[in-house]
Design a protein around this ligand. Sequence first.
Ligand code: NAD
Length: 293
Amino acid sequence: MQILNGKATAQAIIDLLKIEVAQLMSRGAPVPHLAAILVGTNGASETYVASKVKACNEVGFKSTLIRMEEDISELKLLELVRELNNDPDVDGILVQLPLPAHISSEEIINTIDAGKDVDGFHPVNVGRMVQGQPTFVPATPYGIMLMLEHYKIDTASKHAVVIGRSNIVGRPMSILLSAATNPGNCTVTICHSGTKNLKEICQTADIIVAALGRPGFIKEDMVKEGAVVIDVGITRVTDATKKSGYRISGDVDYASVAHKTSYITPVPGGVGPMTIAALMKNTFKACAMKHYD
Ligand code: NAD
């Protein structure tokens, strides 16, 4: 069993990006600039945005964090997005999800300029991804693909089972793994809350991507000997022994599953840092595209 070290792999990507930023600047381009909008004070969202801003600082990108009150109207938020669309100094825009219930995420995402949509959620970018055209690939599945590539994991003709069908993780993951690419070229089964016999399906998987948000859901008896297990889950679980009062749990029961796998991602330190690194790559691309394509 080999642990897929997301922290180290992400660092390698960040280090390479630092060099690319320096090269871009030596050709007269401005530093890539990511604008992040955070609505409200959700604890998990605060943490995610903070790590994105921190990564920008590390790579040498400019970042702007725009905080908005929880009760901001959809109209006001749309106005802000349009302002950023029109700001030539801004290369990438991300709106941290989830948004408060009174705001339509769909409406907001659809309003982001597709050329600045570094989260890759705009329908134009999703369409491009489905067709295998150059685009911004959503950061979490992109990060997982980069990890598979980094560790040279052979995915061709393998049976990949993706659990979760969200637009952010599960669905794009299933598309990327089924594409005629390397990594990729898998036979993909996508499972969700309506799936029957999930355990039996998982038992036939060469690769499992667990993205359902149910702590410790994947148990030892669901995993085939030698499978690759990618744990996307991040759930805060109450833990009185921690200063914060909680710990982070993945979707895989790591303690019982790890010994059966050929490769497995830990939580934390697996998919999380790769997601951030992938977002940085998308932001760099948004800037480079604007100035040199
Ligand atoms: P989501 O709630 O939008 O989607 C969850 C999916 O899981 C749904 O499609 C649902 O059908 C499926 N599901 C739920 N219960 C199920 C069950 N019992 N059996 C089979 N399928 C089931 O969540 P999401 O945004 O896709 O995120 C999934 C998890 O990944 C969460 O824990 C989230 O915090 C985490 N996440 C991590 C990163 C990262 O960087 N590591 C990034 C994004 C999301």
